[in-house]
Design a protein around this ligand. Structure first.
Ligand code: AMP
Length: 226
């Protein structure tokens, strides 16, 4: 199963993505996580990406696109993948589509998580990251995943914040890119919707109401994936 997962920053798609990963037993590839791991590891890629990430700008396509296309060709991706955080603009969408066609890979599903911009912003500011596992959901503004005091509600690990999550300018910048229907992420979403409508519904487009509480979003997702 090859899945693209779209949704504004703060929509909770990382959390839902890890649920799909378990359901299908496929890797959950998150561009932002790959960049952050490289920053923590002090790699060249991390050094190149850091400034862009701190400002909420996109890391340039000539770095991001080859990185993801190479990742999709690794062994663990043979049975499928869920791609989260890529594509993030129209060029990335077009390049991904072209690369998949060249590799004879069919994209099965495109999920679009729909969420009001202000709610997404509030959720970002409440988000906390577990030092033991980035996929442990913690948010001080969401009851279902509220930390235990200052510890992870899943494993009791220490929590930290992402610097780009506490900077309102950086959040606004990320959302400007996401909601941009000309060349931004929404242009990428619309690119795959067009493709689907011209190709007998392949990839299948799945809309998700991200405004509901977390468990309801998961239930809707599982139901719609079938
Ligand atoms: P995220 O964890 O998805 O919020 O991503 C954090 C940051 O990583 C973004 O604000 C960008 O700076 C960078 N990033 C993530 N995905 C991409 C992408 N597809 N293209 C360019 N930059 C990206």
């Amino acid at each position: 199963m090859k899945i693209l997962f779209f949704g504004p920053n703060g929509s909770g798609k990382g959390t839902q993505g890890s649920i799909i990963k378990d359901k299908y037993g496929i890797p959950h590839i998150e561009t932002g996580v790959i960049f952050r791991e490289n920053i923590t590891g002090g790699t060249d890629l991390g050094k190149k990406a850091k400034g862009y990430i701190d400002r909420g700008e996109l890391v340039p396509d000539n770095i991001t696109i080859p990185m993801i296309l190479a990742r999709l060709q690794e062994d663990d991706c043979k049975g499928g993948w869920i791609l989260d955080g890529f594509p993030r603009n129209l060029t990335q969408a077009q390049e991904l589509d072209k690369a998949l066609k060249d590799l004879d890979i069919t994209l099965d599903i495109v999920i679009e998580m729909i969420l009001d911009r202000q709610i997404a912003k509030d959720r970002i500011m409440g988000r906390r990251l577990c030092v033991n596992d980035n996929n442990h959901p913690n948010n001080i503004f969401i009851d279902a995943i509220k930390p235990n005091g200052d510890k992870c509600q899943v494993c009791g690990g220490d929590l930290k914040t992402r610097s780009d999550d506490q900077d309102e300018d950086a959040i606004d910048q990320r959302h400007n890119i996401y909601y941009d229907t000309e060349t931004g992420t929404m242009a990428g979403v619309n690119y795959f919707k067009d493709l689907s409508s011209k190709n007998d519904g392949i990839p299948r487009i799945v809309d998700l109401n991200g405004q509901q509480d977390l468990k309801k979003v998961t239930a809707e997702l599982i139901n719609k994936l079938g």
